[in-house]
Each structure stands twice: as structure tokens, then as C-alpha cells.
Design a protein around this ligand. Structure first.
Ligand SMILES: C[S@@+](CC[C@H](N)C(=O)[O-])C[C@H]1O[C@@H](n2cnc3c(N)ncnc32)[C@H](O)[C@@H]1O
Length: 324
């Protein structure tokens, strides 16, 4: 059976891509703009002659317009539920995360970050364009309240195919409700899963974008990198950003602070290069993008640094890893 909602979203996206208003399209097809509006809202499907016209106009097959493709089912074998989100973790937030999830929701973090991402940002806009230009299936992992690179990819290409994912079901559902209202693209998919155990079959994703998810990994970062390698298609890329405390910064700290930090947070001193090589990536390019200091931050590592009386400098980088 034809999914009218899906069909409506798809033809609305095609119309927008062609730079046509509903009235322009109605004129071209010799129908009323109310008829176009009805199709796009999922209340009706046009007859076969009009479908043929649409297919010629947008240079897509009728099947591509009509087919209710469940990308997540195709890639994981699991159907997206009625909520439009595929869950590979319990739908309820984990006890340890409830407080944070409430803050994300109550403080409208996602809406605020989305609005912030609409302003010009040379570095992020360029990265968004670069990721969008790879085409194919983009998987945003650990999207978090900032959405990683996804908001910038959508700025570059509102019709990009993106799977928006996070371990936190709240983060995923909050992104879905915001993007349903703002972008309403048929090419956005939502999944809650642990990126150290991705639910996808091997070699099926074109690009994995990660704006700080692996850097803040709950679990083993090395395992996340291995999983990224496994699910990428040959030639596919992982574009990942994070930060670390380099050897010079560590050496300049008081001995006691060094000892405690190495004991409690050895992960912040890892630049993950070796793990990226061990995961299998053949071509790895890293670009230093800047730095940040714990005194300006509210993270757990910032709290620990403050308790030790030190202001840690993190070097931020973006890494382009190709599965050759
Ligand atoms: C603090 S956020 C920062 C990065 C995030 N991309 C952003 O732009 O806000 C880190 C996110 O990574 C997610 N995360 C951490 N470990 C994860 C894992 N193993 N699998 C999936 N998501 C994870 C967290 O739930 C959180 O939303």
C-alpha cells in the first residue's frame, strides 16, 4: 500500500529542490494549488497521468516517488517503530541519564543549538558542505544536543540522507520532533543505539560524521572506531572531531595533578591515532582546528581540573579517515 505521508514529503522535497512553489507546480501540471497541497500533506495521491508528469519533471522514477523505503529496515533488518524511531536500546532513558535528559528537554538545548547553527560559522559550514558533497547515506553518531555536524550538513543540503543517532533516546526523539517541524525531509531517519555496537550490517554506510560523540564515548573508543570501519562501505569516510590534552600540556602540570589526572581520566591524553590505525583505516588526515580550556567549560573533566587547581588546554582536531 502506498504511504501517502511518505509520498507527500518526497514530492514536496523534489518541488523545493526544483525551486518551485506549490502554485508554480500546480500551473505546470494543470491542477489547482490545493491539489498539490493535498498530495504534499499526505491526504491524496495524484492519478497516473500526473505521476508520469511529475516523474518527467523531476527526473525520478514513479517507484522512487511512491516506494515507502524504510532505509533502517534495509540496513539493520529492524523496522522503524510507529514513533518513526528505531530503538536498539530501551526506549526509557537509563537511570543514570535521566537528570541530564530532563535538562536537555527542559532547557530546550536542541532548539537553542539548532537556532545557533543557522548563523554563519565558516569552519562548521565548510565541514557541513564537505560532508553533504559526499552524497549517499550519512550516519551522524552520538549526535547529542548539538547534533554534531548534522545541522551544518542540512544547511548545505536540506535533502541530504542522514541517520540521526545517539545512545540517549531523549536526544533522538527531541531531534525528531524539532526536525519534523523545521526541515520535514523524507530523507531523515532516527535511531537510538550504542555506537560501540552498531546495529548496521557490514559495508553499508557512505559517511559517518561524528562531532564529538566518540570523544565523549560511554564505552570503549577503540571499539567505536572498529565499528565505524566495519559499517562503512569501501571508500567510505569517518569524519570525526574531538580534543585531547597533549604531552606538553601534561608535562607542564604540577606532579600531583598529573598523577591524579592520569589515574582518573587517562582517556583525555589519548589522541586516538593508534586506535584509528588499528581499526583498519588506511588513510588518516588530521587537521588541528583550535583549542579550548577547562576553565571555560562545565564538563566532568573541567570539574576535576578545577578541583586540582589547573586549567587544562585541549587541542581540538578533525580527522578524515578513509576505509580503503
Ligand atoms: C556531550 S555530547 C557532545 C557531542 C555531540 N555530537 C553534540 O554535538 O552535542 C556526546 C553525545 O555522545 C553520546 N554518546 C556517548 N557515548 C555513546 C555511545 N556509546 N553510543 C552512542 N552515543 C553515545 C551521548 O549520549 C551524548 O549525547
Amino acid at each position: 500500500m502506498v504511504n501517502k505521508i511518505h509520498f507527500g514529503k518526497r514530492i514536496a522535497a523534489l518541488r523545493r529542490k526544483a525551486g518551485l512553489s506549490q502554485t508554480d507546480l500546480a500551473e505546470k501540471l494543470g491542477v489547482t494549488s490545493q491539489a498539490v497541497s493535498k498530495w504534499e500533506c499526505g491526504n491524496a495521491v495524484p492519478d497516473i497521468d500526473i505521476l508520469l508528469e511529475l516523474s518527467r519533471l523531476h527526473k525520478v522514477t514513479i517507484n522512487e516517488m511512491l516506494e515507502d523505503m524504510d532505509l533502517l529496515r534495509e540496513l539493520t533488518g529492524v523496522e522503524t517503530g510507529r514513533s518513526g524511531i528505531a530503538y536498539f536500546v530501551p526506549e526509557q532513558e537509563r537511570d543514570c541519564n535521566v537528570e541530564w535528559a530532563d535538562e536537555v528537554r527542559g532547557g530546550s538545548w536542541i532548539k537553542r543549538n539548532w537556532e545557533r547553527s543557522r548563523a554563519a560559522d565558516a569552519y562548521m559550514d565548510a565541514l557541513g558542505k564537505q560532508i553533504a558533497s559526499c552524497h549517499g547515506i550519512i550516519l551522524e553518531i552520538g549526535a547529542g544536543p548539538g547534533g554534531g555536524y548534522m545541522p551544518y550538513v542540512l544547511k548545505a543540503d536540506p535533502d541530504a540522507t542522514i541517520i540521526i543517532s545517539d545512545l540517549s533516546p531523549t536526544v533522538v526523539s527531541e531531534w525528531k520532533s524539532l526536525l519534523d517541524k523545521t526541515v520535514d525531509s523524507p530523507n531523515l531517519y532516527y535511531a537510538a543505539f550504542d555506537f560501540c555496537h552498531m546495529p548496521f550490517r557490514d559495508s553499508c554506510i557512505d559517511v559517518i560524521s561524528d562531532g564529538g560523540g566518540i570523544g565523549n564515548c560511554e564505552g570503549e573508543k577503540a571499539k567505536a572506531l572498529k565499528e565505524a570501519f566495519r559499517v562503512l562501505k569501501p571508500g567510505g569516510r569517518l569524519i570525526t572531531s574531538t580534543g585531547f590534552v597533549n604531552k606538553e600540556t601534561l608535562a607542564a602540570l604540577p606532579a600531583e595533578a598529573q598523577k591524579i589526572l592520569l589515574e582518573k581520566r587517562p582517556d583525555v591524553f589519548e589522541d586516538l591515532y593508534e586506535d584509528t590505525v588499528l581499526a583498519g583505516f588506511g588513510k588518516i588526515d588530521s587537521v588541528i582546528s583550535g583549542c579550548w580550556y577547562t576553565d571555560d567549560d562545565e564538563s566532568t573533566i573541567a570539574d576535576l581540573a578545577r578541583s586540582l587547581g589547573v586549567n587544562l588546554k585541549f587541542t581540538s582536531y578533525t580527522r578524515y579517515c578513509t576505509k580503503e
